[in-house]
Design a binder for this molecule. Structure first.
Ligand code: ADP
Ligand code: TYD
Length: 206
């Protein structure tokens, strides 16, 4: 039986996380893993509320958004039928498109990073990823990709904000370096090259 893993994909909007999640799932399946692909914000009721704030259908203060992400993440972990902990128990390798570092980076822009880390500590202590994979892309490039693929821009998707978010990711990586396993990959290559580089990083865990 293969040891099943929990992998988090991180990066600014448009960095290629969803694209790489699919490559990574296929590579794990080739290795004989059962794979469960999931994402945050979740598709549950708290995630749906977050998405309506991001789509400008609802308004909320950044502190409320931070609280919603804390709750959405706990639900993502603890849901009795399809929570990440349940899926890991069932032997799945779980790949999550975003996890705690997304809150450190995005909510860390609006409140202190220490507060965000503390607010998410229940989740982080329940489950730390075997690997946090950060796809490192210039905000200018991700903005071009986002503008190509969509006709509306979500709450946090401005060039100025994504620059600050990227810096916050690195601040959080530095702060949590001793607690978290972090793999940074250059996201400015083709999807296939990035997938191969990520797989090299993941292979060390197999
Ligand atoms: P994210 O999930 O991080 O927002 P996506 O995987 O949805 O990113 O990618 C955003 C857009 O960029 C999509 O249109 C996708 O096809 C494209 N894309 C993804 N990876 C690359 C890449 N390495 N080079 C160029 N375009 C890419
Ligand atoms: P996502 O659907 O992953 O967007 P994208 O595919 O464009 O990267 O995430 C939606 C937004 O949610 C994105 O702008 C990042 C934000 N977000 C936070 O602000 N905090 C969090 O903890 C998470 C998980 C996401």
């Amino acid at each position: 039986m293969k040891k099943n893993l929990f992998i988090a994909l991180e990066g600014i909007d448009g960095s290629g996380k969803s694209t790489q999640a699919k490559f990574l799932a296929a590579n794990f399946e080739k290795e004989g893993h059962k794979v469960y692909l999931t994402c945050e914000p979740t598709d549950g009721p708290i995630g749906a509320m977050i998405r309506s704030i991001f789509n400008h259908k609802m308004e909320a203060d950044h502190r409320v958004i931070a609280g919603l992400f804390v709750a959405d993440r706990l639900e993502h972990l603890l849901n009795k039928t399809h929570g990440i902990l349940k899926k890991l128990d069932e032997g799945f390798t779980v790949i999550s498109d975003r996890y705690c570092f997304s809150s450190y980076a995005y909510q860390g822009v609006h409140m202190s990073l220490d507060w965000v880390i503390e607010a998410n500590s229940l989740s982080a202590e329940l489950l730390r990823p075997d690997l946090n994979i950060f796809i490192d892309v210039d905000p200018e490039i991700s903005m071009v990709r986002l503008n190509k693929g969509r006709d509306s821009i979500e709450l946090y998707e401005t060039l100025e904000n994504l620059k600050i978010v990227k810096d916050k990711y690195f601040e959080a990586f530095k702060k949590l370096n001793s607690k978290e396993n972090i793999f940074i990959t250059d996201g400015n290559y083709s999807p296939e090259v990035i997938a191969a580089n990520i797989w090299k990083g993941v292979s060390q865990l197999l």
